[in-house]
Ligand binder design. Sequence first.
Ligand code: GAR
Length: 220
Amino acid sequence: MKSSEMKRIVILISGRGSNMQSLLEGVASGVLNVGVAAVISNRPQAGGLAIATAQGIPTRVIDHQQFVSREAFDTALAAVIDEFSPDLVVLAGFMRILSDDFVRHFDGRLINIHPSLLPSFPGLHTHRRALEEGVKVHGCTVHFVTPTLDHGPIIVQAVVPVFDEDDEDRLAARVLAQEHQIYPLAVGWFVNNQLRIVDGRVVFDGAHRFSEALISPQGR
Ligand code: GAR
């Protein structure tokens, strides 16, 4: 594929950026045929910014604390994203609730990764809540973003076992390892036009089969 045809993504982060890093590694290794146009953080101190800069990716900080309202921040954020003309906006640990207008502006080209098997455990502290509920499997989800928090057509999920001796950190680490597997997969499917939304659900095209969108429970 010529670089002029290569799809462009913008990655939004708030923190350490390990999911962003897994995407950058996918690009660097040639597994993911996409251009990372920019990494944008709402927090100046986000550790992921240095990782992106070290890899030559343009970065921007739009500090939400500098804005009087959610809408004002979201408008400024959307304007900066638009400067990079991305085909896809990738939320990678971006810890902001997004306004309806923002979500609508990027309708169909805004995806998120969430550390639970949605629709279970939307919101925060997913691993703690999974342990409290005593679920035997847990995991992570990549989905298109809709105005409802942690909701929207599911692209891929990975499942991990929950062990009796787990604590929050152990479970989080097991899930995070799977997040790093499924986010590059989902971005690759999107940029290769292998998925579409039909009646609010993700449908895979061509030779790509749904069975690939399930990662089976694995060992510790
Ligand atoms: C990840 O576990 C991601 O799923 C979660 O934040 C973490 C960010 O880690 N996102 C959410 O909870 C969004 N609702 P990272 O900065 O190392 O990618």
